[in-house]
Design a protein around this ligand. Structure first.
Ligand SMILES: Nc1ncnc2c1ncn2[C@@H]1O[C@H](COP(=O)(O)OP(=O)(O)OP(=O)(O)O)[C@@H](O)[C@H]1O
Ligand SMILES: Nc1ccn([C@H]2C[C@H](O)[C@@H](COP(=O)(O)O)O2)c(=O)n1
Length: 232
């Protein structure tokens, strides 16, 4: 009798601008795996709260919105889709407004419980259907999938992360562009790290520092860890 191969889960956490989303998508594509961007789920909830005029100072109202959130998230790493109540919000959730508000939502404890419940179910489903799932965020390696066979903390220096994000958002990395990006990177990480541990690797989590790597180098470093785990 042959047994079914165990679905393979790769968890990648890290601070803002470390390259989690872009590297995770590239790795998932190379592996033919499904992809889950857990941060997109918090962003979608933030968009939904704004859209339905939820008071962002009211934690109970935000929690109710999280429980009711009509979210459909795609798992194709080449084209990850995010629909809320049938509306395509993939672009709308990346605005500076959502980036600056999302931590307020993501630090409500009961919101996290609901999002983590959804994320565990999604990872299981994606891994079952594709044979493997690359899931990225802030607490995948520690809370959502602490038993995943591959767990990676993708880091980069604050300077590198600010430079990357300001290039992406403002098309420049001069001092003015860096200052305009600081809130979305440094303040957001400070707020987010009050509820998740993504600045230091938990036991058993491999660290990939991308500060001095180019994008392909970051992908290759993650692939080397994945390949080693697959042949174990
Ligand atoms: N060596 C590198 N490794 C990964 N990404 C890099 C690298 N150099 C530049 N980048 C670029 O940095 C930018 C930020 O990457 P990405 O959005 O994947 O980060 P992130 O960790 O998911 O950030 P956030 O949590 O804020 O969404 C992207 O435009 C990416 O192409
Ligand atoms: N597992 C996760 C993923 C994300 N968040 C929060 C923290 C971020 O500010 C926000 C958006 O994530 P991003 O798109 O920047 O990766 O969502 C979290 O708390 N836990």
């Amino acid at each position: 009798m042959t047994s079914e191969p165990t679905p393979f889960v790769i968890g990648i956490d890290g601070p803002s601008g470390s390259g989690k989303s872009s590297v995770s998508r590239a790795v998932a594509s190379r592996l033919g795996a499904g992809y889950l961007d857990t941060g997109a789920m918090y962003r979608a909830l933030t968009w939904w709260c704004r859209h339905t005029e939820v008071d962002l100072g009211d934690a109970a109202a935000i929690t109710r919105a999280a429980l009711e959130l009509p979210l459909t998230i795609g798992d194709d790493p080449e084209a990850p889709t995010v629909l809320v109540d049938g509306t395509d919000v993939a672009e709308a959730i990346r605005t500076s407004e959502i980036s600056s508000l999302v931590s307020t939502i993501a630090t409500v404890p009961d919101v996290r419980v609901e999002m983590q419940r959804r994320q565990r179910a999604l990872i299981e489903d994606i891994a079952d259907r594709h044979g493997a799932c690359v899931a990225e965020g802030r607490d995948v390696t520690t809370v959502i999938a602490p038993d995943a066979p591959v767990r990676i903390l993708l880091t980069a220096s604050e300077e590198a992360r600010l430079r990357r994000r300001s290039l992406e958002v403002h098309g420049a990395s001069d001092q003015a562009a860096i200052e305009a990006t600081r809130d979305q990177v440094v303040r957001r990480d400070r707020d987010d790290s009050t509820v998740s541990q993504f600045t230091e690797a938990a036991e058993g989590v491999s660290v990939v520092d991308t500060s001095d790597l180019d994008f392909e180098g970051s992908v290759a470093a993650v692939m080397a860890i994945v390949d080693a785990a697959r042949t174990r």
